[in-house]
Design a protein around this ligand. Sequence first.
Ligand SMILES: [Cu+2]
Length: 164
Amino acid sequence: MGKNVLLGIVTISVLLLIIGCTQTPPAAPTPAPAPAAPVVTEEPVAMEEPPVEEPTVTGNSYTIEITSTGFTPKTLVINAGDSITFVNKDTAPHWPASNMHPVHNTYPGSSIDKCGTSEENTIFDSCRGLEQGEEFTFTFNAAGTWPFHDHLRVSRIGVITVKR
Ligand SMILES: [Cu+2]
């Protein structure tokens, strides 16, 4: 083996060693295991109250009579801004009010807690038993389906549907 060949082999070996050292790929980092996703329990989203429409003109007027057998008619479909007058045609007292008994807060803004306050005239609630011949009028500005009852005879019920 000649000197030049030996020199060549040594040179190549050294070059390979240098290349091997400088081109050693860095060890790939081991990805950390992803943390387990926390279990999220979703809270139920409260339904928004339907918006209250303020009428710009005076609406129509309707009458519901209260007799010993209940409300007549028991159901009415009206437009927002219309008024309903409940008239007691019975000898016994009757108390028309929004559901739910006994809190009367189904209709937006209504609550039996407002009876006897300055807001008494703004709620779907007569706030007392109407005597024979007495009446209670309420203007419905909120669109929706509004069941009501006789607070003194809870089985007597009806439903007002208010369209926009
Ligand atoms: Cu009631």
